[in-house]
Design a binder for this molecule. Structure first.
Ligand code: SF4
Ligand code: SF4
Length: 148
């Protein structure tokens, strides 16, 4: 189930043109941290949503070869359901994955104000076999796979 959000998501940078991916734009998407064994880019940077309004959060893109844009992730979980090698896990429900196993946030709660929804964390991106199933399944085009 796609969770409710109050902004219009945009596809992760580069999904329609791999030559224009976030990995090729280090000024716009600088590495801002490490998290659970993967890099995070552009965390804390204000980006614009599909209505050209500022996103209510300032999340970054988690992962490199498996890049998940946390602004666009709305926690439906299909990427986890289709991944054959268990790359993903819920950020707010550690150890859990898949549709219906995300932490549901009550609108207006502190967690909702901070995250809007649970987020998909590519905690095992090194295990990715580049089957593309997650990228093709994500309803908001929040995932960009870049094979080496
Ligand atoms: S990354 Fe996409 S498919 Fe995965 S949980 Fe988020 S919205 Fe759903
Ligand atoms: S491309 Fe395939 S193996 Fe890699 S994270 Fe997505 S679903 Fe999993």
């Amino acid at each position: 189930m796609v969770r409710e959000v109050d902004y219009k998501t945009v596809p992760v940078a580069g999904i329609s043109d791999p030559n224009n991916s976030f990995l090729k734009k280090p000024d716009e998407y600088p590495v801002t941290g490490d998290h659970n064994g993967h890099k995070v880019r552009a965390e804390g940077k204000q980006r614009m949503d599909g209505d050209n309004k500022p996103y209510p959060t300032k999340f970054g893109i988690h992962g490199t070869s498996v890049g998940v844009d946390w602004e666009a992730c709305v926690a439906d979980g299909v990427c986890m359901d289709v991944c054959p090698v268990d790359v993903f896990e819920w950020y707010l429900n550690p150890g859990k994955k898949g549709t219906g196993n995300d932490k549901v946030l009550e609108k207006g709660s502190d967690d909702w104000n901070k995250y809007r929804t649970d987020k998909c964390d590519p905690i095992r991106e090194a295990d990715c076999i580049f089957c593309m199933a997650c990228q093709q399944s994500c309803p908001t085009q929040a995932i960009l796979i870049t094979s080496p």
